[in-house]
Design a protein around this ligand. Sequence first.
Ligand SMILES: [Zn+2]
Length: 93
Amino acid sequence: MLSGVTPRSTSAIAERRTPRAAFDYTDGSAEQEISLANNARVMFEQSEHALQRIVDRTYGICESCGNPIGKNRLLAFPRATLCMPCKSKQERR
Ligand SMILES: [Zn+2]
């Protein structure tokens, strides 16, 4: 029994079932989609982190120097974890 199923025919089925990889695209749209997905993931992680900081009562406090991040910066970028001076220092690195 099952003598008709050779390793070769099994791999042929697996090949057919595997969806064509999105990476086959050469116009860069797949790359764009991946970067969009990555951005969404990063934003989600930052939001989760911000929520955890609210729970910990450290929200609005700079993670680097411990000073308040500032209301205006938090209004503009609610997921901020660094105050403006520390953020620009980090970006210069
Ligand atoms: Zn700071």
